[in-house]
Design a protein around this ligand. Structure first.
Ligand code: F0G
Length: 479
């Protein structure tokens, strides 16, 4: 057909495409707002110096968009706030405890619930009741507090994640999966006598929020059954993991997130939880166990460190808000919007050629600091430097997840040298809008294309434990 010169075909095509476009939006509207403040570059420079170039030490008031963590930073719903008014603040036997216990049993399937003040409280108790000096704990990559408590109880952590998880460019739908051959050889070498449990995290935070497949978890379970070793789940972001299974694993697209979560947790013997993530609350956690005798031990220990076994460091209203938060977190449309927002930011950055960990994770986008500063040695803390530069550029606060977070070997005292040298842009749940994501992406682009690159940082103060929280730095002189 001859072209009709009166009609602009390009425009028509675009309009046609626009017509077909169907967006989804968040399944909520905003009822209350909290003002945030933009600062000047001079103010941020001063704040950064006062904070020793550590984003953990910056005052929140000096932050514009806070992507430090998704931990305890979620927005609660009106239904959760209403639940806060129904707090039963009895010292013992609060009705909110029983509601939380029933909710965890319903969605995670665990028999016994021991509440704690947050995730690390549960990790502490689990490690103390299961682990002795000389043990080893295999896990799919470490998490800072989890490994600390395992080591504190006398164990050595052994990484059994698929080796490609340490490569930020490697694409795999389930990059949190266990290398089953490695697990089997560890099980054979140390046996039940020295392995208190296999420590599974889903999703895997330090790998970039990467999920574990149902199939892999089933195989881990079978291997562990054969060797008589229990499997404990870090269930902190297990609902996000269930969403990825629904989206990516054959045979699961017709199942709800809630059904998948239950099926997944049934492959494990218990779990630790930081309620500050998936469960949509600002504080709280729990340890869940199916074994009666072990639960008895945990109940006995929780009174020493956390509080009575029916509150474990949480108030009645906190427990009610968490029970309601769990109900909301397992809704498919909630999860689509939650992970969808993270993907929106990640896809924008990828479109602009910015190096991030792929695939995009569930709770955060991870910038690959090595590729921002290819000439900077790891000893000059590229990720810590990048987090500082990003704050300086726009007041966006992020977190280092590289050599500073990895800490030192407990035996040799040498720095761990992780392959992954990352900056995490962590998205709080139900807090920021698409416009906040745009502003963040534009700031990352401006730091990525900076003509004068920083030289890096030197550490001037190093705390003994979990150093990334409180370490202080000073910039290396620019040439
Ligand atoms: N496990 C995972 C996978 C976590 O991400 C965290 C906390 C914990 C356990 C510990 O829980 O903070 O309640 O004591 N992660 C936060 C973060 C701190 O920023 O990723 P907690």
């Amino acid at each position: 057909m001859a072209p009709n010169n009166d009609v602009d075909h390009d425009k028509l095509t675009t309009a046609g495409q626009q017509h077909k476009r169907r967006s989804w939006a968040e399944p909520y509207k905003i009822k209350m707002v909290e003002p945030i403040r933009m600062t000047t570059r001079e103010q941020r420079q001063r704040a950064l110096e006062e904070a020793g170039y550590n984003t953990f030490l910056i005052r929140s008031e000096d932050v514009y968009i806070d992507l430090l963590t998704d931990s305890g930073t979620s927005a609660m719903s009106d239904w959760q706030w209403a639940g806060m008014m129904l707090g039963d603040e009895a010292y013992a036997g609060s009705k909110n405890y029983y509601n939380l216990e029933a909710t965890v049993a319903k969605h995670y399937g665990y028999k016994h619930l021991i509440p704690t003040h947050q995730g690390r409280g549960a990790e502490h108790i689990l490690s103390q009741i299961t682990t002795k000096g000389g043990d080893v704990v295999p896990g799919n990559m470490y998490f800072t507090t989890t490994r600390y408590h395992q080591e504190h109880a006398g164990a050595k952590f052994i990484d059994i994640i698929m080796p490609e998880a340490h490569d930020p460019t490697f694409i795999h739908p389930f990059k949190g999966n266990v290398d089953l051959d490695k697990l089997e050889s560890v099980l054979k070498e140390y046996g039940t006598a020295r392995i208190p449990y296999v420590s599974m995290a889903a999703t895997v935070n330090m790998a970039g929020g990467q999920p574990v497949s149902m199939e892999n978890m089933r195989q881990v379970r079978e291997l562990c059954n054969r060797h008589g070793v229990p499997v404990m789940l870090d269930a902190t972001r297990a609902v996000e993991n269930a969403y990825f299974i629904q989206q990516r694993e054959p045979g699961y697209s017709d199942k709800s997130v809630s059904e998948i979560l239950l099926e997944f947790c049934r492959l494990t013997d218990g779990g630790t939880m930081s309620g500050k993530k998936d469960p949509l609350v600002n504080i709280g956690g729990w340890l869940s166990l199916n074994d009666d005798a072990l639960a008895e031990k945990a109940r006995n220990m929780v009174v020493v460190y956390e509080g009575l076994h029916t509150y474990g460091g949480m108030s009645g209203r906190d427990m009610e808000a968490m029970a309601r938060g769990i109900e909301e977190s397992v809704q498919d449309d909630h999860m689509r919007a939650r992970v969808g927002q993270v993907e929106y930011l990640g896809e924008l950055l990828m479109e602009w050629g910015i190096p991030i960990v792929q695939p995009i994770g569930g709770h955060a986008v991870y910038l690959d600091a090595r590729r921002f500063y290819p000439d900077m040695p790891q000893e000059c803390f590229p990720a810590q430097t990048l987090a500082a530069e990003l704050y300086l550029d726009s007041g966006v606060r992020s977190m280092e997840r590289g050599i500073v977070s990895a800490g030192r070997d407990v035996v040799t005292g040498e720095n761990h040298q992780p392959k992954l040298e990352l900056v995490r842009l962590t998205i709080p749940r139900r807090v920021y809008t698409q416009a906040h994501m745009d502003v963040t992406a534009e700031s990352v682009l401006s730091v990525f294309t900076q003509s004068q690159k920083p030289k890096g940082l030197e550490m001037v103060y190093e705390p003994e434990y979990l150093r990334f929280f409180q370490a202080r730095f000073r910039p290396l002189e620019t040439a």
